[in-house]
Design a binder for this molecule. Structure first.
Ligand code: FES
Length: 134
């Protein structure tokens, strides 16, 4: 059975913005909220040179990386052509106003990926909310 971890409320994520969720190991997960209040989660790492996607500009169901403006799909993590590459996507469950991520993905998914040493620093911790996920 899948265990879901509550990480924040939808209202904690700015509309057309992002919020980071720190993990015990691996880079942060970036949560994105669209204008239509859809929530998506990607590793906070651009497939180009590791830019922090959480600091990008959200439009539609995409985010523009703040470093070199690649467009990354929030639905798939795929870079838009002509660019190539993808960033790992995380499953999201929204229960009421509570955003939940899978415990197994938080612990193990894409933990081997790091940011280039010359790239921007990661890891500003974000506290999860205290609301239970059923
Ligand atoms: S690091 Fe994201 S576009 Fe270059």
């Amino acid at each position: 059975m899948t265990e879901w971890i509550p990480v924040c409320r939808v209202s904690d994520i700015p509309v057309l913005g992002a919020r980071r969720v720190a993990r015990a190991q691996g880079l942060d997960v970036a949560l994105f909220r669209t204008e239509a209040d859809q929530v998506f989660a990607l590793l906070d790492r651009c497939p180009h040179k590791g830019g922090p996607l959480s600091q990008g500009i959200v439009f539609g169901t995409s985010v523009a990386c703040p470093l070199h403006n690649w467009t990354i799909s929030l639905e798939h993590g795929q870079a838009a052509a002509p660019d190539e590459g993808s960033t790992p996507r995380f499953a999201v469950q929204v229960l009421g106003d509570t955003v939940c991520l899978r415990a197994d993905e938080l612990a193990h998914h894409a933990t081997e990926l790091s940011r280039p040493s010359a790239g921007p620093a990661g890891h500003a911790a974000t506290r999860g909310c205290q609301q239970p996920c059923p």
